[in-house]
Design a protein around this ligand. Structure first.
Ligand SMILES: [Zn+2]
Length: 189
């Protein structure tokens, strides 16, 4: 075989292998076991939300007190809002994302952290219980049930409520304007 034909043949094989490898990667990316990396990729590129639904069933934005930044104890301010509801009321994720922590610790008690659009972390605290089977790494759609309103952590002895906080690149910020924007855009159905 002449050298030129030989080189051409080797090039064709290389291209064929690359095409096969690319097809395999594309196939794997679409499989269910890659759902979590896909969502992480999605939310890391997406902008932070401009509006949000209230994450507790049956509660309207105007019912939520503006307590972000209010003094708490001697050295702490309120890093979120409290959404009061009957114990056991479903708590739904305000955004899509990936569950990055499910734990029972500290002031928040039973809590869930969801990494959402713009790489912001959404904090749901004082849960009575988590949604059955909820686990770290789970892909979440907006509206998926994360848990139920309760009084765990330092909410013990208070009326049941969800403490909800959003932590962006600059730290915690007030979710209430996003709820109000969400309420303003919602048409009556
Ligand atoms: Zn709170």
């Amino acid at each position: 075989m002449r050298p030129a034909a030989h080189r051409l043949r080797r090039l064709a094989w290389t291209l064929l292998w690359l095409a096969a490898l690319f097809a395999l990667l594309a196939w794997a990316w679409g499989r269910p076991f890659m759902a979590s990396p896909r969502m992480l990729w999605d939310v890391s590129r997406a902008p932070p939300p401009a509006m949000l639904p209230v994450p507790v069933d049956g509660v309207r934005a105007k019912q939520i007190a503006d307590t972000f930044g209010a003094p708490r104890d001697a050295d702490r301010t309120h890093q979120g809002v409290d959404i009061f509801a009957t114990r056991g009321t479903p708590i739904r994720s305000a955004t899509r994302g990936v569950v990055v922590a499910v734990r029972d610790s500290g002031l928040g008690g039973r809590q869930v952290w969801v990494l959402g659009p713009g790489r912001e972390r959404h904090y749901y605290a004082h849960l009575d219980d988590w949604a059955p089977g909820l686990s770290t790494g789970q892909v979440i759609r907006a509206g998926d049930v994360l848990g139920f309103v309760g009084t765990s952590g330092n909410a013990r002895g208070t009326p049941p409520h969800l403490h909800y906080g959003i932590y962006g690149a600059q730290g915690a910020y007030d979710p209430l304007p996003l709820f109000r924007a969400g309420a303003a855009s919602t048409t009556v159905r």
